[in-house]
Design a binder for this molecule. Structure first.
Ligand SMILES: *Cc1c(COP(=O)(O)O)cnc(C)c1O
Length: 367
């Protein structure tokens, strides 16, 4: 079986260190807050190249807390890509703001300043720039436009730990950036976890207060916040894994390069593009074909797992029927039913990648 994700193999490769890190947290009862969380926040801020990092409960909370901290006018509109995980839009609604989905491009599956500009109006207050599949959005023009129109930009980096835009790590470009450490992400905890990074001290402090009952000091609550914390066990695991992230990312890129070279020139198969400004970290390697379902079945037959991200675009979900954007033809790329994610990750050997290539080629030789 060629696995899409193999957390067990990853754990076995770092077991001694992870077990020790967890045992230390338990021995010191450093469960909530404390030195392991502080250490991880500092090293993750450094990794991202951001000045501040606030650990929170998960990536969805990170988005919600950033949006709340931004203090946007109630009922104002936030632009969200039509193809993403629902967290990207859920957070908007939960903050009393209005979701407006916009299309993604069909090269890298991210939103562009051009598309954003087409959907701006007087009510637009913010943009959720999702670096989908690990490919960064073209942030330069987006930040320029945001400055002109006085918009807040939140980078949703849940799939893009370590990605770069023109040599700068993503997570330090927008006003706020949010990360998820869900186990299956490129940097994953052993449970839920998330973080907000920013270059602005005031924004960082406000996020920290919101995530911790509206306070910095123990019983000095300035306002009602909530409870959303990265815990000590997760932070300790993440600190261990952060040391391996670059190695794992390099392996992802190596595998992607193999796929790109060896699957090139197949009629009916469209490979993902990588813009010159991008260090794409390949959370997912997504190809397109009109025979998507047949290819997926063929791979399953060959013992190869694959995925679909996402089977239903956000605008078409029942949850968003009320927006009336379901039949909107401007969602051409975001509602693509031809997307298929091939297995990628440091758990895969060259031999296994070779088998995936052979299976994909064999499929197209037949059709
Ligand atoms: C996973 C994900 C999230 C949510 O993260 P959780 O930690 O699961 O809450 C948000 N946005 C995107 C694009 C994601 O892939």
């Amino acid at each position: 079986m060629i696995k899409f994700l193999d957390l067990n193999a990853q754990y076995n490769s770092i077991k001694t260190e992870v077990d020790k890190a967890m045992a230390d947290v338990i021995a010191e009862s450093a469960f909530i807050g404390g030195k392991y969380v502080k250490e991880f926040e500092a090293s993750f801020a450094e990794f991202v190249g951001a000045k501040y990092c606030v650990g929170v409960g998960n990536g969805t909370d990170a988005l919600e807390i950033a949006l709340e901290a931004a203090n946007l006018p109630k009922g104002s509109e936030v632009l969200v890509p039509g193809n993403s995980f629902i967290a990207s839009s859920e957070a908007v609604t939960r903050c009393g703001l209005k979701v407006k989905f916009i299309d993604v491009d069909n090269d890298c599956y991210t939103i562009s300043a051009q598309t954003i500009e087409q959907h701006l109006n007087d009510k637009t207050s913010a943009i959720i720039a999702v670096h989908l599949y690990g490919h960064p959005c073209d942030m330069g023009p987006i930040m320029e436009l945001a400055e002109q129109r006085n918009l807040i930009v939140i980078e949703d980096c849940a799939q893009a730990h370590g990605a770069e835009y023109n040599g700068h790590r993503i997570g330090s470009i927008g006003h706020y950036a949010t990360f998820s450490f869900y186990p299956g992400k490129n940097l994953g905890a052993y449970g839920d976890g998330g973080a907000i990074t920013t270059m602005d001290e005031e924004r960082a402090v406000q996020c920290r207060k919101i995530a911790n009952h509206g306070r910095i000091a123990k019983y000095d609550h300035e306002f009602e916040g909530r409870n959303s914390r990265l815990d000590g066990l997760q932070a300790a695991v993440l600190s261990v894994k952060l040391q391996y992230l670059e190695r794992w990312t390099e392996r992802r890129i190596e595998i992607a390069d193999k796929y790109l070279a060896e699957l090139e020139g197949i009629d009916g198969l469209i490979l993902p593009k990588r813009q010159s400004f991008a260090r794409q970290v390949y959370h997912l390697f997504v190809v397109r074909t009109e025979q998507r379902d047949a290819l997926k079945a063929h791979l399953t037959d060959q013992g190869i797992q694959s995925g679909i991200h996402y089977p239903i675009s956000l605008a078409k979900l029942d949850a968003y029927a009320y927006l009336g954007q379901q039949n909107d033809e401007t969602f051409y790329n975001a509602t693509d039913s031809t997307l298929l994610s091939l297995p990628i990750g440091e758990h895969l050997t060259d031999d296994e990648i070779g088998k995936v290539v052979t299976a994909v080629r064999a499929f197209f030789d037949k059709v």
